[in-house]
Design a protein. Structure first.
Lengths: 85, 269
């Protein structure tokens, strides 16, 4: 916890507001899950396209839908960052 | 510095150009009384889109000119790959909307990388929010028009789900379709533009800062004249990446609009 506060203070050095430092750390943590999720979606879509190139168009559409759904959490995090910072 | 940044700022005094208030990004532009920068660029991008389409199709000919062929390939891509490819037969009815959405966002995004303009119009929350609301209105309206009240029934009481789970799934679907969909559509475009533009400004601004500091003797010449140009190289690499990201975001916005419209036209799966 102490290390976190030190990091937040370092991050706040530019604006002098510790809340913005904490918000940046929070967004970084919040982006881990969606990052993993988007990676899994894209990786599996590429694998499926390699196995069956003839359905690549349909797979690409579904890949973007899956990415959009898992990315939504990161986007909420981005807005919360603005609200908190 | 106006070549890099959208607003005047001297990076030799201040390495990070922080605007007065970050909430500026969320303010709606004033509609009457004063014309601001955002409105000028919105009008400009709409004019560019209209001019390109007008000059490409003014005189339709059997063998198109090179310019006509280039525009035709974009129209064909949006019409066949996005509208018909996603919505299916009957999707060509939505092709004009999707094409104008795609071209407007594309041109508006590329303002962000144009020297001396440096202002992606999607980086003001009002613009992506409005575009997302138009898509939202279309897919909710088409859902009710095609399915009537069954549209709400499919959403709130989904068929093919065990009865015990139906209320839970219904609430999740309600939130995800009517709240998260337009929200994430708007914020995705906004976030990508703001983050990408901030990154380019930061990297190129750092280059200027290092070189200036070395020139005034604040840091050693070796440090400044080696690290500064490296920042420029890195910034230019990100600049190239941004070209890809901007085009991709216009595509994703259009594609997801088509997907959402499709989902309210054909509920059965």
């Amino acid at each position: 916890m102490d290390a976190l506060m030190i990091l937040a203070q370092e991050g706040a050095g530019l604006t002098g507001n510790i809340g913005s430092g904490l918000a940046a750390i929070g967004y970084g943590l919040g982006a881990i899950g969606p990052g993993i999720g988007v990676g899994i979606v894209a990786g599996n879509a590429v694998q499926a396209m390699a196995r069956q190139p003839e359905v690549a168009g349909m797979l690409r559409t579904n890949m973007f839908i899956g990415m959009a759904l898992s990315e939504a959490l990161a986007l909420i995090g981005f807005v919360v960052f603005f609200l908190a910072g | 510095m106006d070549v890099i940044l959208a607003f005047s700022c001297n990076p030799t005094e201040q390495p990070l150009c922080i605007p007065e208030s970050i909430l500026e990004l969320f303010e709606l532009p004033v509609l009457f009384g004063s014309v601001n920068r955002t409105m000028v660029y919105i009008a400009l991008s709409a004019l560019i889109v209209m001019a390109v389409l007008f000059f490409a199709y003014r005189k339709p000919r059997l063998v198109p000119t090179k310019f006509g062929l280039a525009v035709e390939s974009i129209v064909d891509f949006v019409r066949n790959d996005i509208a018909i490819g996603v919505i299916g037969p009957g999707g060509e009815k939505y092709a004009p909307y999707l094409l104008s959405l795609f071209l407007f966002i594309l041109v508006g995004n590329f303002f962000g990388l144009t020297p001396f303009i440096n202002f992606p119009i999607g980086s003001r929350m009002a613009i992506p929010a409005f575009l997302a609301l138009v898509t939202y209105a279309i897919f909710v309206f088409m859902g009710f028009k095609k399915q009537g009240l069954a549209y709400l029934g499919h959403t709130l009481w989904p068929p093919g789900v065990p009865v015990a789970l139906k209320p839970l799934i219904g609430v999740i679907e309600l939130v995800s379709i009517f709240i998260v969909r337009p929200f994430s559509l708007a914020v995705r475009l906004f976030a990508n533009l703001v983050a990408g533009h901030t990154m380019i400004a930061l990297l190129l601004g750092s280059g200027v800062y290092f070189i200036y500091a070395a020139a005034t003797g604040e840091i050693s010449a070796l440090k400044g004249f080696v690290v500064g140009p490296l920042w420029f190289v890195f910034g230019m690499a990100i600049f190239l990446l941004e070209i890809l990201v901007l085009a991709l975001q216009a595509y994703i916005f259009t594609l997801l609009s088509a997907v959402y419209i499709e989902s309210s036209l054909h509920p059965a799966h």
